[in-house]
Design a protein around this ligand. Structure first.
Ligand code: ADP
Length: 173
């Protein structure tokens, strides 16, 4: 089975064990995918998020999915791109690593990631995609869970970039 899957579409529509939210450090909602997830999950999501007291860049926290088809939301805070010399690569890798660790800890089989930091936070897409795919591949090599990781690309262009980089990094998972 191919444990890494690419999908083009709206992450809020996926009936998986968890979707990952590219949140901001307040965890109280924002624009982009964050706004879409909060709108689709309903107001109970922000109520639970309030009790988490924020999240540091590179870290991740889990909540229920409420009105989403997904059972859980893993909220992670990606770095804002500042030119590449502010630890952005390591912080972005940490978002994927911590989200995967949470999924594993909670026994989740299928999780879906958006392209964290590549929207409002302006992280260059190809560089971010390489980090997303290699961090995930490395994690999957030594863990049975999650069984499946879906990378959700919002646009056709994003999907093409993910396809190209996935072929380059040759997943053997
Ligand atoms: P960040 O602030 O981390 O850059 P954004 O939400 O601005 O987060 O963008 C992250 C990625 O999520 C971008 O590729 C954007 O196109 C994508 N995106 C926005 N809405 C959705 C959605 N409903 N489903 C999947 N991806 C989405």
């Amino acid at each position: 089975m191919n444990r890494i899957v690419l999908h083009q579409g709206d992450i809020t529509q996926l009936a998986v064990d968890a979707i990952v939210n590219a949140a901001n450090s307040s965890l109280l909602g924002g624009g982009g995918v964050d706004g879409a997830i909060h709108r689709a999950a309903g107001p109970e999501l922000v109520q639970e998020c309030r009790m988490l007291h924020g999240c540091k860049t590179g870290d991740a926290k889990i909540t229920a999915g409420y009105r989403l088809p997904a059972k859980h939301v893993i909220h992670t805070v990606g770095p804002v791109w500042q030119g590449g010399d502010s630890n952005e690569d390591a912080l972005l890798a940490s978002c994927y690593q911590k989200s995967l660790e949470l999924a594993e800890k909670h026994g989740l089989k299928a999780i879906a990631f958006p392209a964290i930091s590549t929207g409002i936070y302006r992280f260059p897409l190809e560089r971010a995609t390489r980090i997303a795919l290699t961090t995930t591949q490395n994690f999957l090599k030594s863990h049975a869970l999650p069984e499946q990781v879906i990378f959700v690309c919002f646009s056709q262009h994003d999907l093409e970039v993910y396809r190209q980089i996935l072929a380059e990094v040759h997943p053997d998972t």
